[in-house]
Design a protein around this ligand. Structure first.
Ligand SMILES: [Zn+2]
Length: 94
């Protein structure tokens, strides 16, 4: 199973991310693009926003998705789109 993180093009109310859990990531992404999946994604589409897959955690346990859902407001640094410098390869030079 894979836990994944979607990053929205703009914040919607206070949401800027969506976390989900799937055993078939490509199929799940298709479902999200068609808008026939999570309610939050439907609302995002209806508001004219877009999203992209920011990050995946293959093999993560379901409780990790819950942890992200519960804590994500306080831990946006897990998103490489919001905080690219946290995900730079190699040693930091500054
Ligand atoms: Zn983000």
């Amino acid at each position: 199973m894979t836990v994944y993180l979607l990053h929205f093009s703009e914040p919607f109310k206070h949401a800027k991310h969506y976390t989900g859990y799937t055993d078939d990531l490509p199929r799940r992404m298709q479902e999200h693009r068609r808008g026939n999946s999570a309610r939050l994604i439907q609302v995002i589409h209806a508001a004219g926003l877009t999203w992209q897959l920011a990050r995946t955690w293959p093999g993560a346990p379901r409780k990790f998705e819950r942890y992200l859902k519960d804590s994500y407001k306080n831990a946006p640094k897990l998103c490489p789109i919001c905080y690219p410098k946290n995900f730079r390869e190699g040693p930091a030079n500054e």
